[in-house]
Structure formats: C-alpha cells, structure tokens
Design a protein around this ligand. Structure first.
Ligand code: PMP
Length: 377
C-alpha cells in the first residue's frame, strides 16, 4: 500500500508538472486576439491626469481610439453586421451600404473585409479628408453628397437607405442598409460590451458617465447598462454648443442654432437608439445631466491633452472631456467619472491641427502648432 501510494503520488506530481508547462505555454497565447473581429473592444480605461487634478475627481477616458479601425464606431459596425447575419439578411459577397460621418463607414469597411462583404459608404462632403482617404484605402466605394439637413430627401442618411434598396435588387449577394441611427444593434453593442467593460474596469466604483451624441448608441447603451447596475450613477449628455439635443433635454424642443468643428456628433432628432434609453429620466430614460460645450472650451482641452499628456485626440473627444469636467463640477470632488476617447486627432489633421484652417475660423490654437515655432522650453 505504501509503495502504491508513493507511486500514485509521483504520477500525480508528474501530471501536475506536465499540466503546468502546457498551461503556461498556452497562457502566453491566451490574450492573443484571433483576427480583426476579435480585436474590437476591450479597450483600456485611461486616467486623464490634468482634468482629474483640476476638478478633484477621477476622470477616466475609455480608449476607443485603440479599436482596430481606430474609433468607438467599430463596436457598432460589428454588431450591425452580426445582427444582419443572424437575421439572414447578409450573405457571403453581400454589400453593406451606410450613411456615415466616416467612422462607422471605416468600421463597416474593415469588418466587411474581415468577413468578405463589400461596402458602399455615403458621406457628407464636409467630413474630413483623412476619413474619406481611409475609407478608400479600406476598399469602400465612396459616395459624397452635399451636407443637407435630415428633412431633405438628399440627406446622406436617407440617400444611403435608397441606395441600399436599389443595390439589393440587383446585386447577387444582396445588400443591407446599416442604418446606424435607427438600428438598435448599435446601442446593444455598447450595452453588451462598452458598459460592462467600464463597470469591470472601475470595479463598479463609477459615479458618472458622460458623452456626446452622434447616433446616441454609445450614450444609450452605456447609460442603460450602468444605470441598471447602479441607479445612482449619473448619466450625462455633452452637446456641442448650439446642437439640438441640449434644447430637447432642457426644454423639450429640437432646435439647433450653431455649428461645431467636431465631427460625428450633434444630433437633430431622437433616433431609435436614443428613444427610451438615452432620453432624460423624466421620460423613462437614463440621462439625468446635460450640458453644452463650445469649441472654444473643447479645443484647448484637446491641445493640452496632446502637449501635456501625449494623447492626440479628435474634436468629439474634446466635447466629451469638456462634458466630463462639467459633470465633475456638478458632482463635486472625490467622484469617479468616465467618458469616451472616440478617435485619433490625426483623423482631423487638416482641420483642428491645421493653424491656417483654425485661423480662418477664429478658433483658438496653441503656439506650438505654428510651423515656425521652435522654442525649446
Ligand atoms: N465621436 C466620433 C468621432 C464619431 O464618429 C461618433 C459617431 N458618429 C461619435 C463620437 C458618437 O458616437 P455615437 O454614434 O455612438 O453617438
């Protein structure tokens, strides 16, 4: 019996040794992302040091610019495509048609490449050249249309819907319309991924979340998830100055009166993604704080973040951080607030990082952006 036990013991330890070495070699690959689709999401949460110190709050940015297509919209793009596949609407070789300010199109084109779909992207001609270039590089067919309001039948969203229908009638693989504004697969991406990630990463110690609205998918999805986990979490909406949502939330009227340099945000209607989830609490939704952020407030935040902390972000991120500062002031010191770092500033280098352009708009710009600036401090 003694010998048997001894024998048993040593074979157990042998098995353990083998298992350990197998697990540790597997462990080295466990975090490897299995291609493009698997690389979407699970982005880091980054402390924004300057605004945290200034407000006495902990302000964190969800680093959505680290998604493989470079923006927060990769998540929505993936969910829109998966939803169409599950519903049997998208077949191999099929076409995805979408109206987009650019980032959703880039996400759709790249997910499309990874899955074997073509993309046709309708974009207002006012959007940045860098996004249009990236769409072409990704292989999307680009249709540029004049930037006209939603009520105009030639608005890029409506145009893309008609184009999708026309292509679906003739293309052998069929075609779907992404319809990101009213397709709730968009907010579901954030309800099922972005929201839970923020909850995990903060260990549930999050007092506020705030972001701007493009489709409303991010605000509605993250807001809904966090509010369900803890009804005391404040959900904030940051609107570019003069956009309609602030007026809608504060006075119930969809009125807009201004223009922002930021792209991809500033919505003029209650989209299906906002409806129910992303409207103020008094109407059964989750949003219970709203504010306006001007370009004059947002741009210095972007320039400081680059010069003092090293992050080069796009304009909508400036609006988001401006909103986070306002929510921090509302909540008072000691609170934890999360916002979204939507995409990289290099996507807008011809605009918000171009002094000549900035001078033509009268917007603030830092001295170091000037070509002749060579001061060594
Ligand atoms: N920032 C940028 C740069 C965007 O492209 C978008 C999407 N249009 C947003 C913010 C807003 O995200 P959402 O559509 O989820 O409201």
């Amino acid at each position: 019996a003694h010998r048997g036990r001894k024998h048993g013991c040593s074979s157990v330890s042998l098995v353990r040794k083998v298992r350990i070495s197998v697990t540790s070699s597997l462990g080295n690959f466990a975090s490897v992302r299995k291609g493009f689709i698997d690389s979407v999401g699970n982005t880091p949460l980054i402390r924004l040091n300057k605004v945290s110190e200034e407000t006495g709050c902990e302000i964190y940015g969800k680093a959505e610019f680290l998604n493989p297509g470079g923006s927060v919209k990769d998540r929505a793009a993936l969910y829109i495509i998966k939803d169409a596949e599950e519903k049997g609407l998208l077949r191999p070789g099929g076409v995805i048609v979408e109206g987009t300010a650019g980032n959703t199109g880039i996400g759709l084109a790249l997910v499309g490449n990874a899955k074997g779909y073509k993309t046709v992207i309708v974009i207002p001609e006012t959007q940045s050249q860098e996004k249009k270039d990236m769409l072409r590089i990704a292989g999307a067919t680009l249709v540029q249309v004049p930037a006209v309001p939603y009520k105009n039948p030639n608005n890029y969203v409506k145009y893309s819907g008609r184009l999708a229908e026309a292509i679906s009638k003739t293309h052998p693989g069929g075609a779907i319309w992404g319809n990101q504004f009213d397709n709730v697969a968009n907010r579901r991406a954030h309800y099922e991924t972005t929201g839970p990630e923020i909850w995990e990463q903060t260990g549930g110690k999050v007092d506020g979340f705030i972001c701007a609205i493009g489709t409303g998918g991010t605000l509605a999805g993250v807001g809904k998830y966090l509010k369900e986990r803890n009804p005391a979490v404040r959900i904030g909406m940051a609107d570019p100055m003069g956009a309609a949502m602030f007026n809608y939330y504060s006075r119930g009227v969809l009125e807009s009166s201004g223009n922002s340099i930021s792209e991809g945000i500033g919505q003029g209607r209650v989209t299906a993604n906002l409806d129910g989830w992303g409207v103020p609490t008094r109407e059964g939704g989750t949003v219970d704080f709203w504010c306006q952020v001007s370009d004059d407030e947002a741009l210095p935040l972007i320039y400081d973040l680059l010069k003092e902390e090293g992050f080069c972000m796009g304009g909508s991120t400036g609006i988001n951080i401006g909103g986070a500062v306002k929510l921090a002031k509302e909540l008072g010191p000691g609170h934890t607030i999360v916002t979204i770092l939507c995409d990289l500033g290099t996507r807008y280098q011809g605009k918000i990082f171009n002094v000549d352009f900035l001078k033509s708009t009268g917007l603030p710009y830092p001295k170091w952006l000037e070509a002749e600036y060579s001061e060594v401090e």
